[in-house]
Design a protein around this ligand. Structure first.
Ligand code: ADP
Ligand code: ASP
Ligand code: MG
Length: 399
């Protein structure tokens, strides 16, 4: 008997037929004498619809109420899944995040899971039930409902697998594994049978949405055996694991379209100014990614950095409000950009990788706006109109 945590994403639950199909997978594992915990996302685009409803009221809605609203998507899903399983003759019970003992911090919208009290889940498993848990949500110390960030149901599943010491955590989705790039955009993308935690984490962090990056981080930390599989095609999928022996130079290409550039001109070139600027952004919880600072010309300098698009208005508001304190002349933005990244653990020992990427972009007529590198990735920012061309050219250069 194994303990299996299996998570179904929104597209795998989008209608009654798909819900039945997903429940069928859980039922079949249950009938093989396994203990099964099912984690569900909201159905289809339910979360997007809820966000649109809130935005229709106003852009600055209360984060607390937003979490109350967004958590209902997963709550509907879990009840429907438990009903479906029961209808199939499989005893099942659904639990919200708080009922499942998922304790988070108080950061509404981006809460972190602090601990999981597994007593209720264990008691239900001991009663021979399939336990259906709402993904993406938990409870803050105050008792309020929290959500843990878009795409966060993957992280709920891995956190539960870690806390329950499950034998395996299976992420069921609408593709049959992790590919060298998004297979919906890159038609000749190749599927990985296995991939390193580190490479997967970097791909996920750079925009490959197939796994929530925090789920990979957590799987690595707790040694959770993680698999990505299709809900619709029976197959082995991709295993995410500790070390893959033979490192490829490049294991994948990811694209992040949720990027905007901010340029500050005429920033006084003096010690402490950069620190003041970025600590002001950090205080507002604005995540800065790529930073580019050309050499100063005279007393003034400029700086360009990227932020997630949803933080753009907030960042500009904050910068405009503190223009005299930060001592700069003007701020401009560009949200018609995207980031393309290549990821590979073998990259550090292969000197030709960067030039191959830049040559591919050059041959495709794509202008590179900013570059950033780490041991296992190279990212470039390009204009939105070059996005598809650049993505395909870079992938073709390595696969
Ligand atoms: P779910 O609703 O199951 O959580 P997501 O939409 O979050 O599914 O993630 C699955 C999607 O991730 C796929 O449909 C695919 O378009 C996208 N994707 C992006 N990069 C990759 C990749 N490297 N490999 C596989 N899928 C990817
Ligand atoms: N329903 C949430 C979202 O759409 C969480 C998830 O699907 O993982 O972001
Ligand atoms: Mg997802």
């Amino acid at each position: 008997m194994a303990l299996i945590v299996e998570k179904f994403g929104g597209s795998s639950l989008a209608n009654t037929e798909k819900l039945r199909n997903a429940a069928g997978i859980a039922a079949s594992d249950y009938r093989k004498e396994n203990q099964v915990v099912v984690v569900v996302s909201a159905q289809g685009d339910a979360t997007d619809h809820l966000i649109a409803q809130a935005e229709a009221i106003g852009r600055r809605v209360s984060p607390r109420e937003m979490d109350v609203l967004l958590s209902t998507g997963e709550q509907a899903s879990m009840a429907l899944m438990a009903m479906m399983l029961t209808g199939m003759g499989v005893p099942a019970v659904s639990l919200c995040g708080w009922q499942a003992g998922i304790h988070t911090d108080a950061q509404h919208g981006v809460a972190r899971i602090d601990r999981i009290d597994t007593r209720r889940i264990r008691a239900e498993l001991d009663q021979n039930r399939v336990v259906v848990v709402a993904g993406f949500q938990g409870i803050a110390p105050s008792g309020d409902i929290t959500t843990i960030g878009r795409g966060g149901s993957d992280t709920t599943a891995v956190a539960l697998a870690a806390a329950l010491e499950a034998d395996v955590c299976r992420i069921y989705t609408d593709v049959d594994g992790v590919y060298s790039a998004d297979p919906r955009v890159i038609k000749n993308a190749v599927r990985h049978y296995e991939i390193d935690y580190d490479e997967m984490l970097e791909l996920a962090s750079q925009g490959a949405q197939v796994l929530h990056n925090r789920s990979v981080e957590m799987a690595k930390r707790f040694g959770v055996q993680l698999e990505v599989k299709s809900s619709f095609i029976n197959g082995v999928g991709t295993r995410v694991r500790e070390v893959v022996m033979e490192k490829r130079s490049v294991s994948g290409v990811a694209r992040d379209q949720n990027v905007a550039l901010i340029t500050i001109e005429g920033l006084r070139d003096q010690p402490g100014n950069i620190w003041r600027l970025f600590s002001a952004l950090t205080e507002q919880k604005i995540n800065v990614d790529i930073i580019l600072q050309p050499p100063a010309a005279g007393q003034r300098t400029s700086i360009t950095f990227s932020v997630p698009r949803e933080s753009l208005d907030h960042a500009v508001e904050m910068l405009t409000g503190s223009q005299s304190g930060l001592s700069y002349e003007s701020v401009s933005v560009d949200d018609r950009v995207c980031k393309i990244s290549i990821v590979g653990a073998g990259m550090a020992s292969d000197y030709g990788v960067a030039s191959r990427m830049f040559e591919a972009l050059y041959r495709a007529g794509v202008n590179v706006r900013c570059v950033t590198t780490s041991e296992i990735k190279i990212s470039v920012i390009v204009s939105e109109e070059d996005s598809d061309r650049g993505f395909i050219a870079v992938h073709d250069a390595f696969f």
